[in-house]
Design a protein around this ligand. Structure first.
Ligand SMILES: CC(C)(COP(=O)(O)OP(=O)(O)OC[C@H]1O[C@@H](n2cnc3c(N)ncnc32)[C@H](O)[C@@H]1OP(=O)(O)O)[C@@H](O)C(=O)NCCC(=O)NCCS
Length: 191
């Protein structure tokens, strides 16, 4: 049975191991086609995500961390240039009748699932768990996906039900920007 819960500081070694396994700089060549994460978060950054944002969800199979999903206010993300770009651009997006800003939206992701546990609904459930942590604070979720990660795009749009808001370019990379209505439970999930 897979359990979804908020991470505690004790989980950080497991989360960091998973991050390393699928980080672009350390991933096995044959795993690259199924997606990778590009920002490396330090234990201190994960700790602040837990303490300041209640924003680190994990999925566990027994003692083993098999997935993590990050989520936080724009304030947390603001040191990173890509997020600075997204923050400055929010006002150009109208979604669910709102002009987006740093108060009515937050940023979900990165997310990572151990290869042995993909394709079985972990993404839908960990996002649903994460959504419930954030739904009282924000009406809208925003995320981005690198266009060279079609598996992640397919899973988030077709399976979770996120919607394409726009595409954008940053540092010579092409990205999708997606939105989600926080009132909606992810289809097919039971927590
Ligand atoms: C991205 C990720 C979270 C998705 O979770 P997942 O459990 O693998 O997703 P699923 O397998 O349920 O769904 C992916 C779908 O994309 C499809 N798919 C797989 N490879 C694909 C590709 N190259 N192009 C398009 N679609 C693809 C799959 O067929 C699957 O659909 P199906 O179940 O109907 O066959 C997971 O693969 C992962 O952690 N990857 C490594 C890290 C990463 O990329 N994180 C996301 C950064 S934004």
């Amino acid at each position: 049975m897979i359990v979804y819960r908020n991470a505690t500081p004790d989980d950080l070694p497991g989360v960091s191991d998973l991050q390393k396994k699928y980080h672009v700089s350390t991933i096995r060549e044959e795993d690259k086609a199924d997606g990778f994460v590009t920002t490396l978060f330090t234990p201190e950054q994960f700790l602040s995500l837990i303490k300041d944002e209640n924003g680190l969800a994990v999925a566990c199979d027994g003692e083993k961390i098999i997935s993590y999903a990050m989520a936080a206010s724009w304030d947390y993300w603001s040191p990173w240039p890509l997020f600075q770009h997204m923050i400055a651009d929010l006002h150009t997006i109208t979604y669910l009748g709102r002009v987006l800003d740093t108060k009515n939206s937050y940023q979900y992701g990165p997310v990572c699932i151990d290869k042995d546990y993909r394709g079985i609904g972990v993404l839908e459930h960990i996002f649903e768990f994460s959504r419930r942590q954030m739904a009282d604070r924000f009406p809208v979720m925003v995320t981005f996906i690198n266009q060279i990660n079609p598996r992640s795009y397919d899973a988030h749009v077709r399976k979770v039900g996120m919607e394409l808001l726009k595409t954008f370019e940053f540092n010579n990379n092409q990205y999708y920007e997606l939105g989600y209505d926080m009132r909606k439970q992810v289809p097919g999930t039971r927590l």
